[in-house]
Structure formats: C-alpha cells, structure tokens
Design a binder for this molecule. Structure first.
Ligand SMILES: CC(C)(COP(=O)(O)OP(=O)(O)OC[C@H]1O[C@@H](n2cnc3c(N)ncnc32)[C@H](O)[C@@H]1OP(=O)(O)O)[C@@H](O)C(=O)NCCC(=O)NCCS
Length: 295
C-alpha cells in the first residue's frame, strides 16, 4: 500500500459559489451510503448538511485513493461513539477522520490507525464577552498552564487564537481515540513552543501533550493555520518505521493541507443510493429550502 497520509481542505464558500453546485449536489446525494444520506437530510441548516455530505465524500475519495479500490467496494460503519471507520475492503489499517466548522471541511488520514482532526473558526464570543471573560467562562476545560499562555497574549484576537488552538488540539486527540466526550479536558495539557510563529499558512509540529512533567511522545500534533480565521489540529500516533510512509522518512514530518473541490471529490464516484425521480431533483429543492446558518 502507498503512503496513506493525506491532508485535504474544502472551502464551503467556494462550493456555495460554484455554478456547478446543483449538478454536483445531485450526484453526491446518490454517491453516499443510504444511511449516510438519511442522516444528512435531517440537518436543519444548509451549511451543516453540505458540510456533512462533503465530509462523507472526502472519506470515500481518500479511501479510494489509498486502497486503489473502486467507490462501490468501500463501506463505512460508525462506532458507538459516532466515529466513522472502514468496514470494507478489509485488510487495511490506516486511520482517517474529518471535521467541519466555519468555512471549512477538512480530512486527515494516516499510515497509523489512530488519527483525529479538528477545525475551528476563530470567532469572537457571540455574547459580547471580552476574550478574558470568555476564557474565564470556559476555564474548566483548560489546564493552568494553557490558561496562563492564553491570558498573557497582548490582544483579544491573539488570546482567542490561542484559545482555539488549544481547543482544536484537545478535540483532535479525542477524535483520534474516538472517545467523543472527555470527562476532564483540563487534564489534556498541551505545551506550545513560545518561539513558534503561528501565522496564516503555517504548519507546526512542535506542540506536545504532557502528563505531569512527561511528554506523551506516542502522539504527534500538527497545527495548521489555514487562513486568518481557521485553525486545524491533527493528532496521530508517532510513526514507527513504515517504509512507504512519507512522514517516517527524512526531514518531512508534516503535511500541508491541500485545497480540493467537489469535482475532485466526485471523481469516479458511483451510485450507492439511487434516488428515483429526475436524479435527486426533489432532494436538491429541499436542500435549497433549508435556511443558511445565521452565524
Ligand atoms: C465527537 C466530537 C469530538 C466531534 O466533534 P465536533 O467538533 O462536534 O465535530 P467535527 O466537525 O470536528 O467532526 C464531526 C465529524 O467527526 C466524525 N466523528 C463523529 N463522532 C466521532 C468520534 N467519537 N470520534 C472521532 N470522530 C467522530 C464524524 O465524521 C463527524 O462528521 P458527521 O457528523 O458529519 O458524520 C464531539 O462531538 C465531542 O464529543 N466533543 C466533546 C469534547 C469537547 O467538549 N471539546 C471541547 C474542547 S475544549
């Protein structure tokens, strides 16, 4: 098997602005497993339905590339806690995960079985709290050291950027292990290198997860600042020596997110969920009837 490490990002804004959205949407609705489509239909907002649909296409297109198997031979299940995993074809042991928030849907896959990804939009608190008030409001989820780092930042924007960086890091390990809800998020204690410059387009892999004074070196964290407003964290197991893995070779220890679009995600797709009546025309209309998210 070739290297399974992929990093993909889709901008929802670009998808919404595309002239081909209706055509792509109608193909996509029929290119996912029926139970996936049944779940997607239930979203109240158009943005959430589309994000979830894109996430499912990403999982399948990435799996197709990694395994070399056709679209229709790929089946996903979900764990009790909701984490999608590959049911078939069997015999593959790579990890894969998606996240959607703000303007992005992102995918991360890994040669190691456990990987988690989380994207967050750095938004000001909607209740008009200052950054300090918001951090205090949420402080139960953060360690003492994380709170100190956030609070020492000179501006509200920087405080919130650190707030969301830590948030993504915590979510990324929760998603890698698949636990879903963690009872004590403050125990997930992250240390960032103060010399790193976190700026749009950057990719850092120096942040460590601590257990007391010990670095939990079995996990690697990659942080990407996709644009001025979106941070992403990927958590994966430290790669031992996998000869085909790009990340276990020489100096390459992390991967940048590649921007992909719906056309690419639908490449060589097949019908898994046949919708009678003019190729999902009704489904498109009810999707278009849903309200856009007001925030
Ligand atoms: C499961 C959980 C981690 C998902 O996080 P989220 O931010 O709501 O959603 P994301 O956009 O990142 O990811 C959603 C995708 O992750 C996948 N997913 C669902 N459950 C998952 C789980 N238990 N583990 C890993 N991935 C999961 C699915 O593909 C899902 O997409 P879908 O719903 O469209 O099928 C989250 O629901 C949760 O339980 N969080 C609690 C932890 C918390 O309070 N964090 C605050 C940090 S300070």
């Amino acid at each position: 098997m070739q290297c399974a490490c992929l990093r993909w990002a889709v901008s929802l804004k670009q998808v919404f602005e595309s002239d081909a959205l209706e055509t792509h949407f109608r193909r996509a609705a029929q290119a996912v497993q029926p139970e996936e489509w049944d779940r997607i239909k239930l979203f109240k907002f158009r943005d959430d339905a589309l994000s979830s649909l894109i996430g499912r296409l990403m999982l399948r297109q990435a799996t197709k590339k990694i395994t070399g198997r056709p679209w229709s031979e790929i089946t996903f299940g979900r764990t009790e806690r909701g984490k999608p995993y590959l049911l078939s074809p069997s015999g593959f042991n790579f990890g894969i995960n998606v996240s959607h928030q703000g303007d992005y849907v992102v995918l991360s896959s890994s040669c190691t079985p456990r990987v988690g990804v989380d994207v967050m939009c750095i938004e000001r608190d909607k209740t008009n709290k200052t950054a300090d008030e918001y951090i205090t409001f949420m402080q139960r989820s953060y360690s003492k050291d994380e709170l100190r780092v956030m609070r020492m930042q000179p501006t509200d924007t920087m405080k919130l950027t650190y707030f969301y960086r830590f948030w993504c890091l915590k979510e990324s390990i929760i998603k890698a292990t698949g636990v879903g809800i963690h009872d004590d998020l403050a125990k997930l204690d992250f240390r960032m290198d103060p010399n790193d410059r976190y700026r749009p387009g950057c990719l850092l892999s120096s942040t460590k997860l601590m257990e007391g004074d010990r670095v939990k070196s079995e996990w690697v964290f990659e942080e990407s600042f996709l644009d001025q407003l979106h941070c992403v964290a990927v958590c994966r197991e430290a790669i031992p020596s996998i000869p085909t893995c790009r990340l276990s070779q020489e100096s390459i220890n992390s991967l940048h997110f590649a921007k992909v679009n719906l056309e690419m995600l639908l490449n060589d797709c097949e019908v898994l969920n046949r919708i009678d009546g003019c190729g999902a025309a009704t489904e498109w209309l009810s999707f278009f009837d849903k309200p856009r998210k007001p925030w």
